[in-house]
Design a protein around this ligand. Sequence first.
Ligand code: ARG
Length: 259
Amino acid sequence: MAKKLLVLCMAALMAVAALVAGCGGDQQKAAEGEKVLKVGVNADFAPFEFQDENGKEYQGFDMDLIRAVGEEMGYKVEINNLNFDGLIPALEAGNIDVCISGMTINEERKQKVNFSDPYYKSGLSIIVAKDNDYIKKFEDLQGKKVAVQIGTTSAAEVKKIKDVDVKEFNSSADTFMELRAKGVDAVVNDRPVNDYYIMKSGETNVKALPDLLTSEDYGIAVSKKNEELLKEINTALKKLHENGKYDEIFTKWFGTTSK
Ligand code: ARG
């Protein structure tokens, strides 16, 4: 009798436990499903953020990463396409919650916004016409015409070169176009973006130089007013590193693992 009662009690307990676990999970999901994360990007920076041929879907390493981060945090991700130099002002104004845009963590930006833990190691490289034999490294840009994207680390670095004629454009696509049109001697841009352009565009008249100017870390930027969100993002990033999702996304876009 006592044994029977015990078995019955345990069965009842287990049923209640299952119910609580099930309910809790579902309720949480439904509530979280309504939270929206407004993400600012400058979607002209393949393979990090760009639009498919129809100009609809946002794709790229950053896009997959932020969607995975959002999922981890229980947010629906909403992408807003802005000019690169408008991203930090949009964060400061509260028009977007976060920005992921191959954005380099640096002191100047850290005065205005907070950055997540670094999520990608990058640097700057040069692209020139294939038959260019007078530019081999950064010092050779002295006195030359160089195209860069407005508001980027490339723009800042190139401006440090003596007598350089810097031409600033709204997107990296525009800088490549200017090089093709022979309006400039070189383009300075983030190395993975330069490499991807050469690989994907079928452009055979240009080459990327092996000389790397800087070592830069990309971070997700968050308003200084939103410390809590920053913590959530870092926790999510850590989780994605642990569960293999980060490596999966990395391999999808770069063909190798991050290690
Ligand atoms: N890493 C560079 C910077 O932070 C360039 C980033 C440009 N990103 C973009 N989506 N256009 O300045």
